[in-house]
Design a protein around this ligand. Structure first.
Ligand code: DGP
Length: 116
């Protein structure tokens, strides 16, 4: 189920355009509008879940599908062998700004650590 007030739900519904790079029955992946690396893709469950903190134990399969999709995005971008990063900003201190669970797939350059 999607949420009319959620930006990423509107992307799922096709009401807001996005550069989709990968899609499965339950998962969508599209390029971040403000890329922080040569490859910067967001992978989301199509169903509205506000954040990782809002998941429950019944979401295990869906979360696995999100991670497998992130792997496939990395493979598709040709960054899987060089390395890449998965980030799930969660809540205020986590820096989450869009409240629909998403993982960032970042790569194509050497990434610094720790994050800010
Ligand atoms: P976060 O800060 O982890 O909640 O990341 C949200 C990301 O969403 C941020 O990197 C920018 C991206 N973003 C915000 N609005 C849009 C949009 O309309 N389209 C796309 N493709 N990305 C967006």
């Amino acid at each position: 189920m999607t949420n009319d007030h959620c930006l990423f739900c509107r992307i799922v519904d096709g009401d807001v355009p996005a550069d989709v790079v990968h899609e499965t029955e339950h998962v969508l992946a599209f390029r971040d509008v403000s890329p922080k690396a040569p490859t910067h893709v967001l992978v989301i469950p199509k169903r509205h879940i506000a954040s990782l903190a809002e998941t429950d134990d019944g979401d295990t399969t869906l979360l696995g599908e999100v991670m497998i999709a992130a792997r496939d995005v990395a493979r598709g971008a040709g960054i899987d062998e060089a390395g890449f990063r998965i980030v799930a900003n969660t809540g205020g201190d986590g820096g989450q700004t869009v409240h629909h669970l998403h993982v960032h797939v970042l790569g194509g350059r050497a990434l610094g650590w720790p994050p800010g």
